[in-house]
Write a protein of this length. Structure first.
Length: 211
């Protein structure tokens, strides 16, 4: 079911999402340095011969590290994924104390689907809408939503005694805090060289999740 849904979303993105202008947020010197460094890696390859998968992966990682914007995204993504993983496992233990594990499984799926999806769409919309006025809008949205997660989880886990109250707060947390990933990925795709944007996003998810 997840695969079918993912393929559908991928096709929708392919059809409807337009490529953003790239490099408009990078200082001129940084852009030139990043471009030169990336090209240096591929200097042994002609245009007719694409780089190997290993070399392409290295280029994606190098592009992430060289750009100051994506360097901070890697650090922030590490802590955010770390928190998400810990909370996810703890949620199972915590809600199991109520003796309603099956009900939690069903409601949690609804919480993530409705709350998380809505949060991502709204966060992406706000980021795109106000980026014209301030080019750091996406970073502000990421930071605000991530920081808001701390008090929300305190409310969920430190106010004991009612299963449905905790589930309601978990839904509110997903609705208010889990949309950070949409502007984060958009920033990576905006500032990274178009040749390595997909592999850079893959490296970002793999690196932060493993860390």
């Amino acid at each position: 079911m997840v695969a079918i849904f993912g393929i559908g979303c991928g096709l929708a993105v392919l059809i409807f999402v337009k490529e953003p202008p790239r490099g408009r947020f990078d200082p001129a010197k940084k852009t030139e340095a990043t471009s030169d460094s990336v090209l240096l890696i591929d200097s042994s390859h002609s245009q007719s011969k694409p780089p190997s998968k290993i070399r392409n992966l290295a280029n994606g990682l190098l592009a992430l590290i060289q750009n100051p914007c994506t360097r901070w995204l890697l650090v922030g993504g590490f802590f955010r994924f770390w928190q998400t993983t810990i909370i996810s496992f703890y949620c199972i233990k915590y809600f199991d104390f109520y003796g309603k594990s099956a009900l939690f499984g069903v409601l949690n799926a609804v919480v993530i689907l409705v709350g998380g999806l809505t949060s991502s769409i709204v966060a992406g919309y706000i980021s795109d809408k106000y980026e014209v006025e301030n080019f750091k809008t996406k970073s502000y949205v990421c930071t605000a939503l991530s920081a808001l997660g701390f008090p929300m989880f305190c409310v969920i886990f430190l106010t004991h005694g009612n299963f449905y109250f905790s589930m309601s707060m978990l839904f509110l947390e997903n609705l208010l805090c889990e949309g950070w990933m949409a502007p984060c990925i958009a920033m990576i795709q905006t500032v990274i060289d178009v040749r390595y944007k997909a592999v850079s996003v893959g490296v970002f998810f793999f690196g932060t999740a493993i860390a």
